[in-house]
Ligand binder design. Sequence first.
Ligand SMILES: Cc1cc2nc3c(=O)[nH]c(=O)nc-3n(C[C@H](O)[C@H](O)[C@H](O)COP(=O)(O)OP(=O)(O)OC[C@H]3O[C@@H](n4cnc5c(N)ncnc54)[C@H](O)[C@@H]3O)c2cc1C
Length: 388
Amino acid sequence: MNFALTEDQQLIRASVAELAAKFDDHYWMEKDQAHEFPQEFYDAIAGGGWLGMTIPEEYGGHGLGITEATILAEEVARSGGGMNAASSIHMSIFGMQPVVVFGSEDMKAATLPRIVNGDLHVCFGVTEPGAGLDTSRITTFAKRDGDSYVVNGRKVWISKALESEKILLLTRTTPREDVQKPTDGLSLFLTDLDRDHVEIRPIRKMGRNAVSSNELFIDDLRIPVEHRIGEEGKGFSYILHGLNPERMLIAAEALGIGRVALARAVQYASERVVFDRPIGMNQGIQFPLADSLARLDAAELILRKATWLYDNGKPCGKEANMAKYLCADAGFEAADRALQTHGGMGYSEEYNISRFFRESRLMKIAPVSQEMILNFLGANVLGLPKSY
Ligand SMILES: Cc1cc2nc3c(=O)[nH]c(=O)nc-3n(C[C@H](O)[C@H](O)[C@H](O)COP(=O)(O)OP(=O)(O)OC[C@H]3O[C@@H](n4cnc5c(N)ncnc54)[C@H](O)[C@@H]3O)c2cc1C
């Protein structure tokens, strides 16, 4: 068993950390408070060639695996950029996987090089108000009309839609009642987010405010047939293909926030003197931080196993789900404990800990909730009766 990162992977970690360190707490706090997309950070990551790290070389990328992508995601979050930084590049790093695997040559040639150079922003439109986690219940409908589809419906929570030129859009093409399996009859498109037919309304939210999340009102959006990915009706299976690496990427981002929160807590606990001693001398402060270190390191191990399995073409559903579950928990717990360590200052905006706290909470909900992970493990791994 070899736990060591390769020299190339270590280099990726060090290079990304160096680049991300150029964007300090002040930058991220300002972007968060102004609800402003971190364009300078995005440009720097694109300029460094990092956006294309998992895109095949023939389209200008580096053709690297999810292991390298998670190292990048962890370092970006760990720099203090947290989810504001990670979400600004998340879709480019691995979100185009359905296009890479199932898209037509024309689609790949037209879009992937533009992802690599940072010119093309894409958002991912799955969630709907009436469906929740039960994706088979989405009702946004693409009706075939000659050489195109006409789409009507509503999406919610679509991150980065404000900044995006295109959307990876999941719709129904056959009503749920007319298909055998509820997840049949869904189709996936990569198409233009035409503002004349899609109204985009940002949602006011608890954190990660540098990257918008939006309601979309889609009204007679015409999509050429060539913008469909793969076959009609198989969209859900194409999305499933990308779900495990997506869980790993999110896990890495949660881990990165947990690590930066822990580091800040350790620093504060060493410096802050109360009752004539650094507060970190008290076991009530020290033990939770030491416990978080153990939990973050353990969560990282299952993440490393998951990414290794995926990159080696082996089944990884169990490990990918566990990694998301454990990293999200460990990351949030570390942020919570960092806040407690900072006392009143933790609650202020000045120390950025409250920003980490708000952002780390997100990964327990999205892109899939902790409960749905347990549902998956209970039913698919333990073989217990399915409840959903
Ligand atoms: C900041 C943010 C950004 C997002 N970005 C995107 C995006 O870019 N694109 C996109 O498509 N979506 C996005 N989402 C949506 C996100 O994926 C969903 O919020 C998430 O999947 C949870 O779905 P829901 O909110 O509809 O919860 P619901 O389905 O309404 O569930 C509510 C609660 O009930 C629990 N629950 C439901 N059913 C069960 C069950 N059978 N057993 C146990 N518990 C259950 C859930 O775990 C959850 O805690 C984003 C969400 C947020 C908050």
